[in-house]
Design a protein around this ligand. Structure first.
Ligand code: NAD
Ligand code: MG
Length: 391
């Protein structure tokens, strides 16, 4: 029986993880769970799964939750220290890191430092603190399983050796991208899109922030950086290919000319179940892939003129140090401002570029450097938005 700590239980990944737990009560048990503000959803989760501990983002949300869940043996807690504590809890075997954004870094690292098997959906933690994060994973001999569908596909397509032999044989990683809802739109039409249009992903159903990132291709930029840290490569060894059907979730190209791909219907329950049950596999309720129905798979190059975020991410990787944390923070502010109708869709990439250009990039020697870069970049981005000075 695997005890799970689910960070971000009320989100899209959280809900899919709960479905896998519910489908396999003989294999998985929800030990601890967290949410930020969604009290009603969390109360449903607590009543249904009866976790030992439930952590909310604020005291108010925690009190409301406790009120709604009277009679349960669950301990109700709140705040950052509690979040770290449920991830490192001795009753936990696996941590599903499914908090949205940079807020996921600290508790995810707490789980890593406690040696827990780490199922990483929260790509922002690896993007911002990549080297330190991977050093901690190595130091604590943690099994790190990528949940992001592309990285999960790459993981499955790499040879499962511990010797690192794959590096010699792999010639390229091929990261697929759906292209998002505006793949075929003109730049001028993209200028006036609404948050509702940008959140409407053609193939995947996801949280708001990652949906906007998918529409602006920032998600693919973050994933490019994520792939570099996970698989010890540089952006020069990763090709991004737009594949609108989202059936091939990514590929690995070998030096003998072989290309290994992982396919499946676009449903996050597949990589989630893979991570939870690795090295075995368990059933999911995802419909089997019917290639006759799919009929055609298409591929094209990403358009960096309409989607500059992808190039910005590669630039940030090569700049190194705090550049990736700076870009991520600017983007989190930009996405929130777009969702609040403060800036336009195309302004997201403009703001990201401006912040990355003017920010002072320094080396990352300790985790504090990453937190400082995050604070500094958010401040810069907010200031630019308030003064309208970024295009
Ligand atoms: P979501 O917005 O649906 O859910 C986010 C969860 O995090 C919620 O439970 C929320 O309460 C919690 N949360 C948000 N802000 C928080 C904060 N400041 N402190 C503590 N908790 C907070 O997001 P999602 O779509 O489930 O994505 C979660 C993560 O997984 C993201 O990093 C995303 O990039 C990654 N991911 C998601 C998908 C997907 O299909 N949804 C695919 C790949 C990767
Ligand atoms: Mg992905």
């Amino acid at each position: 029986m695997q005890g799970i700590c689910l960070l971000g239980a009320t989100g899209s990944i959280g809900q899919s993880t709960l479905e896998i737990i519910a489908q396999h009560p003989d294999k998985f048990v929800l030990i601890n769970a967290s949410a930020n503000e969604s009290v009603d959803k969390m109360a449903d989760i607590c009543r249904r799964f009866k976790p030992q501990r439930a952590v909310m983002g604020s005291e108010k949300a925690c009190n409301e939750l406790a009120q709604q869940c009277q009679g349960l043996a669950t301990s109700f807690e709140w705040g950052e220290a509690a979040l770290d504590s449920i991830a490192s809890d001795s009753a936990v075997d696996q941590v599903m890191a499914a908090i949205m954004g940079f807020a996921g870094l600290k508790p995810t690292l707490a789980g890593v430092r406690a040696g827990k098997r780490t199922l990483l959906a929260n790509k922002e933690s690896l993007v911002t603190a990549g080297k330190l994060f991977m050093d901690e994973v190595a130091h604590h001999e943690v099994t790190l399983l990528p949940i992001d569908s592309e990285h999960n596909a790459i993981y499955q397509s790499l040879p499962q050796t511990s010797s690192g032999a794959h590096k010699r044989d792999v010639s390229k990683i091929i990261l697929t991208a759906s292209g998002g809802p505006f793949r075929t739109w003109s730049l001028s039409d993209m200028g006036s899109v609404t948050p509702a249009q940008a959140c409407k992903h053609p193939n995947w159903s996801m949280g708001q922030k990652i949906s906007i990132d998918s529409a602006s291709l920032m998600n693919k930029g973050l994933e490019l950086i994520e792939a570099c840290w996970l698989f010890d490569v540089t952006p020069n060894e990763v090709d991004v290919v737009v594949h609108p059907e989202s059936i091939i979730h990514s590929m690995v190209s070998y030096r003998d000319g072989s290309v290994i791909a992982q396919m499946g219907n676009p449903d996050m329950k597949i990589p989630i179940a893979y991570g939870m049950s690795w090295p075995d596999r368990v059933e999911t309720n995802v419909a089997p892939l019917n290639l006759i129905d799919v009929a055609r798979l298409n591929f094209e190059s990403p358009d960096l003129l309409r989607f500059p975020n992808l190039k910005l991410a590669a630039d940030a990787w090569f700049m190194g140090g705090t550049a990736m944390a700076v870009l991520n923070a600017a983007n989190e502010i930009a996405v929130a401002a777009f969702l609040n109708h403060q800036i336009g869709f195309l302004d997201i990439a403009k703001l990201n570029e401006r912040v990355l250009t003017v920010a002072n990039i320094v080396a990352v020697n300790a985790l504090d450097d990453v937190f400082e870069a995050d604070r500094y970049s958010r401040h810069l981005a907010l200031d630019m938005i308030s003064r309208g000075k970024f295009s």
